[in-house]
Design a protein around this ligand. Structure first.
Ligand SMILES: Nc1ncnc2c1ncn2[C@@H]1O[C@H](COP(=O)(O)OP(=O)(O)OP(=O)(O)O)[C@@H](O)[C@H]1O
Ligand SMILES: [Mg+2]
Length: 443
């Protein structure tokens, strides 16, 4: 069943239950209230009757006969001790059955019945000896008629209330469910990978938050799928090039095309290309493992300034070969829970790029602030090509003169596993690239 119908049904059921309970209580209390009110009236009439009897005025008899002859208020006066009827305006059989049952059953009761008919009754002793009892009665039917009229009105009010409640509930649930239905449609598009068709859905509150997350998710998914596609294209290209060159030389040697020195050179190329293939495959495996939380990252309490110094020392011979000056200030100790080997590898990847692209020098700056340790690598080379910047850390992304394009992807994977951040930019004034790596000490 649709959510909207379910909500409406639940709402209507709740309203009906509350109304039924209320109606039941009101209906049952109503009869009691009517009987009490009627008794009050009977008492009033009785007092009036006694006043009229005791009065000595000219219109006493007319008042008396009016009171007595009112068909709606039958009267019975009897003697308790003898069981004799002294006066009555009701049928004799009713009068005698009441007198018979008075002592044992009826005395003090509010409702007396006789011959299927019920009466509300007010009885009291009229003389000092307490044996003459006056019974003022009124048929209960009249009250039941009042009760039925009231019940009908109550029913009408409840039906109107229920209808209004259902309309309100329908409008409210419609407002709640419509954005959900639209959101479902947008999710279907995501399911079919029609990311560019995903549209904004108007909503408020939590549904708005879900809607925003859904669109964010669509964007991320689209980016991810795109980068995966690019990754497979680039990876197959990267693997194909060395394989083709190995195949070419191998076939040439087999067919006797390469002989002597050429054969020697071919074999060397085959060995170095195989090395390269091995390096690429190993790096791809490492990246996959870093991504999938496999056991390749072993964090321990590490001094990051020491790792930065080690990275500088390791890259120093390469810099000297290329006549690039390597500058580094004094790094103050900063301890964090990271894998020292992997972090060293990440810094070397960044430093080797810097040395490769630098004109004359590479500087390493470190900064530590409270819970943050920053390593900045600056070179004075040509800088990173602008079109490369947005996807610089993706796999197999490389610029002119680049090698495999995995170095920075590995660096980012390691830094992120260490809970840190990496970013790259070009110098604002002058040429050269700036790489910033931040580590955080988590309490
Ligand atoms: N300091 C830098 N100055 C200018 N360009 C840079 C710098 N560092 C990286 N790049 C650009 O970013 C690209 C990607 O670098 P990355 O280290 O990922 O791959 P690579 O150096 O080409 O190959 P490898 O996987 O062997 O490191 C490089 O090819 C280069 O074009
Ligand atoms: Mg590199």
């Amino acid at each position: 069943m649709k959510l909207q119908y379910q909500l409406n049904a639940a709402f209507a059921a709740l309203i009906i239950a509350i109304m039924s309970i209320t109606a039941f209580f009101i209906y049952s209390l109503l009869m009691d209230m009517l009987i009490q009110d009627e008794q009050r009236q009977l008492k009033g009439r009785a007092e009036l009757l006694i006043n009229v009897i005791n009065e000595d005025g000219p219109d006493r008899n007319t008042q008396l006969s009016e009171l007595i002859q009112d068909r709606n208020y039958p009267i019975l006066l009897f003697d308790r001790s003898t069981g004799e009827v002294l006066f009555r305006t009701m049928p004799a059989d009713i009068a005698y059955t009441w007198i018979d049952r008075y002592e044992d059953e009826l005395m003090g009761q509010e409702v007396w019945e006789s011959r299927e008919e019920k009466f509300v009754v007010y009885d009291f002793a009229v003389n000092s000896g307490n044996d003459q009892v006056l019974v003022m009665a009124t048929p209960l039917n009249d009250l039941q008629a009042v009760q039925s009229v009231f019940a009908l009105r109550m029913l009408a009010v409840f039906v109107i209330g229920l209808l209004m409640a259902i309309i309100v509930s329908y409008v409210l649930t419609w407002r709640l469910v419509t954005p959900l239905t639209k959101l479902k449609r947008e999710l279907k598009k995501i399911e079919k990978r029609q990311f560019s068709d995903v549209q904004e859905v108007e909503a408020s509150g939590e549904i708005r938050e879900v809607e925003q997350s859904v669109r964010q998710m669509a964007k991320e998914l689209s980016r991810y799928i795109h980068s995966q596609k690019q990754f497979f294209q680039n990876a197959s290209h990267e693997l194909k090039t060395p394989l083709m060159s190995i195949q070419g030389y191998a076939e040439g040697i087999r067919d006797g095309v390469f002989e002597g020195e050429a054969r020697e050179k071919g074999l060397n190329v085959m060995v170095s290309e195989t090395e390269r293939l091995k390096k690429i495959v190993n790096e791809m495996i490492l990246l996959a493992k870093l991504d999938s939380n496999e056991d390749v990252y072993h964090p321990e309490d590490t001094d990051l300034s020491e790792i930065a110094n080690q990275a500088k020392d390791l890259i120093y011979p390469l810099a000297r070969d290329k006549e690039i000056a390597l500058e580094m200030g004094n790094a103050r100790p900063f301890r964090a829970n990271v894998d020292p080997e992997r972090v060293l590898q990440a810094l070397i990847n960044i430093l080797s790029n810097a040395v490769r692209h630098a004109e004359t020098k590479v500087s390493i700056e470190t900064e530590e602030k409270e819970n943050r340790f920053l390593v900045r690598v600056i070179d004075d080379g040509g800088g990173i090509p602008e079109e490369l910047l947005p996807q610089l850390f993706e796999r197999f992304i490389k610029g002119k003169g680049g090698e495999t394009g995995l170095g920075l992807a590995i660096a980012r994977a390691i830094i992120e596993r260490s809970g840190g951040e990496i970013s790259a930019s070009n110098k604002k004034n002058g040429t050269g690239a700036v790489f910033e790596v931040q580590f955080f000490r988590r309490e």
